[in-house]
Design a protein around this ligand. Structure first.
Ligand code: MRU
Length: 336
């Protein structure tokens, strides 16, 4: 495979390295990813995260394993195991469908390498297009709220919602970004704050529960989020807490935008109820862990509910901003 660099993935001498997103921003640790078990472990621990990035890392690993001589039946097995690693983000399934076609080709090794590299290049371009379409919706002086992390860390390019914010800022139209810390795993506080700082975009970090009062005080002009899956009726699964922001935005008359590449669309999924939602470990709610250590504040036997994502109904979404343009109806987003 060719040498390749994104914010959080590297290919060096045909080996896949991943940036540990759990250790950021305190530490910049890169891990060599040698096997499916390695990558599945990184995905479960959110060292590799973000819908597009999960799909790309799985595709690159498969290409690398093929190049290293893994037999075809084992590659099929590897592909199936990776497909199960995160149930909500459909980009993973979409990318693996393409890798499977390459795997079934007569000369599967060059086909898989080419396909994985193509997916990375495409994702970069998709991000650029989303950023350009989205920035057209950002009015001068905007104060934008974003949730979770949708930047270069989560994609091969500039990101989705954060890519829009970056582009709009370059055009001089963003005066400030409000960053939801994004409980329970703090992707906003850890990662979005770090990325905005790197890009010199002014931001203020808030606890998720503060968005309502900021909206009431007219401090937020629009909300921009990403997506893990967009169902055929336009319902959107994204990081837990997204739905509350959409309800709040509707009440306060604030536009609510979802930015995503077409690899996040799932025409086979009729609506949000059919989107599988990953349930995660209780310890993410009873405490917190990171490169700074581990703390627990809840009682040892506390019962916990911890879905990783929620579903925002289409009726609360002002526009779906995709690589193909901005759409105010789900039918438009799906090209119908
Ligand atoms: O659990 P995470 O951190 O992978 O959740 C990420 C999100 O919800 C993002 O908004 C989504 O994957 C889009 S990233 C461009």
């Amino acid at each position: 495979m060719q040498t390749l660099t994104t914010t959080s993935l590297r290919i060096r001498k045909s080996q896949l390295w991943i940036l540990d997103q759990q250790a950021l921003p305190q530490r910049t640790d890169w891990h060599l990813c040698r096997s499916v078990e390695d990558l599945v472990g990184h995905i479960h621990a959110l060292r590799v995260r973000g819908a597009p990035l999960i799909g790309l890392s799985a595709s690159l690993l498969l290409a690398q394993l093929a190049e290293a001589g893994m037999p075809v039946p084992e590659l099929h097995q590897a592909l199936d195991t990776l497909r199960e690693s995160r149930p909500t983000a459909v980009n993973l399934m979409n990318n693996l469908d393409r890798m499977k076609i390459a795997l079934e080709e007569r000369f599967h090794i060059p086909a898989m390498v080419q396909e994985a590299e193509r997916l990375v290049g495409e994702d970069r371009e998709l991000c650029d297009r989303i950023a350009r379409h989205g920035a057209e919706l950002v009015t001068p002086g905007s104060r934008l709220l974003t949730h979770c992390n949708t930047g270069g860390l989560a994609t091969a390019g500039v990101g989705t919602a954060l890519g829009v914010i970056h582009h709009a800022h370059q055009q001089g139209n963003v005066s400030q970004v409000w960053v939801d810390e994004t409980r329970p795993l703090l992707q906003g506080g850890r990662l979005t704050a770090w990325e905005l700082g790197q890009m010199n975009i002014p931001y203020r970090l808030i606890a998720d529960s503060m968005a309502a009062s900021l909206m009431a005080k007219k401090q937020i002009d629009a909300v921009w989020v990403g997506a893990d899956r967009i169902a055929a009726n336009g319902d959107v699964a994204n990081k837990i807490g997204t739905y509350s922001l959409a309800v709040l935005a509707k009440y306060h008359g604030i536009p609510f935008y979802v930015a995503a590449p077409h690899t996040t669309l799932d025409p086979h999924c009729p609506n949000g109820d059919a989107i599988p939602i990953e349930q995660r470990a209780a310890k993410e709610i009873t405490g917190v862990s990171g490169s700074f250590g581990e703390v627990q504040w809840a009682p040892q036997d506390a019962q916990v509910y911890n879905p990783a994502f929620d579903v925002t109904p289409a009726a609360l979404i002002t526009a779906w901003v995709l690589d193909s343009g901005s759409f105010t109806t789900p039918a438009g987003a799906f090209g119908l």
